[in-house]
Write a protein that binds this ligand. Structure first.
Ligand code: 13P
Length: 307
């Protein structure tokens, strides 16, 4: 570690103690940010950790909807996002107003929303899900028709797995669509022994070529199996740091080096320190929206994880 980083890490540790803060980081965060976190995980892990923590302050190293979810679950805690500009383009592809209009067109449909959505959209939904439990969440719904928002590819995957009739919102993750089937075919030829593991935000053509379709933490668990020696990885490249750290000696090959989420990369060690020093930027969901959104998130947390 460079001495500048070592100094920052020391200061972060001191402030973390002083504020009684917990630092949660998503698997896509910069390696040095993952390394100082108290916990690194996928969206479901991080919501569960936030719900359970007894810290006074949660520093969320991730993007806005993740910090919002922590605020929905922990209204008494201060939730800080070290860079308030860290948004999610997929979450921004739907608004509560547009969802309300769509619900009017399909009054019988149950609404399932991916956690990559605003608190307002969650408040309009019957249940929330993440990539780690979307199939199980949709299976739990009695409705004959499900309006699934905002990720069309996750929705398509869930519909194929469950056989449920689903109306899909036309949203997508601009980072995951950079992962192309042609490249997987090349990598399969180059690494015939490798397992191909992709995120369910990838296109159906990519998913069709995969051995496993998993959430980011699901990928980390899968990588630890003895039979996995080489893994072709179809998600944001930040995860490679954790995969390598936890599995020395194994080989991890990103399908696309360009699968980089610029928002996740906005969080740096400096910003984590400033956040603890200045207690900014606070993310707080207004109470009326929070209570309605919490009902959808709580239902999901009860269902738990499938991968
Ligand atoms: P995971 O919940 O699988 O970590 O996915 C989060 C995400 O935002 C993917 O783009």
């Amino acid at each position: 570690m460079e001495s500048r980083d070592a100094e920052l890490v020391e200061k972060i540790s001191a402030f973390r103690k002083r504020r009684n803060a917990v630092i949660l980081a998503h698997n896509y965060q910069l390696g040095e940010v993952q390394d100082i976190a108290d916990f690194v995980g996928d969206s479901l892990d991080l919501s569960q950790r936030a719900a359970e923590t007894d810290a006074d302050v949660i520093v969320f190293c991730g993007v806005q909807f993740m910090a919002e979810t922590a605020s929905i679950l922990c209204p008494d805690k201060v939730v800080l996002l070290p860079d308030i500009n860290a948004g999610c383009p997929l979450a921004n592809m739907i608004t509560a107003e547009r969802l309300r209009a769509k619900k009017k067109e399909h009054p019988q449909a149950a609404v399932a929303c991916y956690i990559n959505s605003s608190a307002e959209v969650k408040a309009e939904s019957d249940v929330c899900c993440t990539s780690a439990n979307a199939v199980r969440v949709v299976e739990s719904l009695d409705a004959r028709e499900i309006l699934f928002v905002p990720d069309q590819y996750l929705g398509h995957y869930v519909s194929a797995r469950t056989g449920k009739r689903m109306i899909l919102w036309p949203g997508l993750c601009p980072t995951h669509v950079r992962i192309k089937p042609e490249r997987i075919k090349e990598l399969k030829r180059e690494y015939p022994q490798a397992k191909v593991v992709v995120h369910p935000e990838c296109t159906p053509e990519v998913i069709a070529l995969a051995d496993e379709v998993l959430s980011t933490s699901g990928m980390c668990r899968y990588a630890q199996r003895d039979e996995v020696r080489e893994m072709v990885v179809g998600t944001e490249v930040g995860i490679i740091h954790r995969l390598k750290k936890e599995n020395p000696g194994k080989k991890f090959i990103p399908i696309s080096e360009q699968a980089i989420c610029p928002n996740m990369k906005l969080i740096t060690l400096e910003k984590v320190l400033w956040s603890l020093e200045d207690m900014g930027s606070e993310v707080k969901v207004p109470e009326g929206i929070r209570l309605r959104a919490k009902a959808a998130v709580d239902k999901m947390l009860k269902i738990g994880r499938e991968s």
